[in-house]
Design a binder for this molecule. Sequence first.
Ligand code: ZN
Length: 132
Amino acid sequence: MKYCAECKTEYVDDVTFCPDCGGELLDEAAWQEMLRQIDQQQTKLQGIKMASACSVSGRVEALQIQVILEQEQIPVFIRTFEETAYDGLFVTQKGWGEIWVAEGRLEEARGIIEELRKTPPPPPPEDGQTPQ
Ligand SMILES: [Zn+2]
């Protein structure tokens, strides 16, 4: 099976993009890894002072940034507006979410994110719109 990272719908393997929201589909292993990481970061980061490093347009972009920051051992946390309020009202107003990092490494993290955005992989297909 494949899974939509944006709206969490399940699909058969020959589908590449989510017909509902246009989100990129993850295979089973990537999906499980994503769930595991989200779970892990929520327990791991308790007690660390965090600050917002940048905003992101979707889960795929957020995970790209997260992976790179974790390679540098920077504590990182994805905060989505999806999960915080009003049936996605914030999503249209402010983008999909934000990357938060340990406050002490904020400048370093911002530099890394800037570098990443200068040499982007193929742009993610989602446009930050909220699925109905
Ligand atoms: Zn979707």
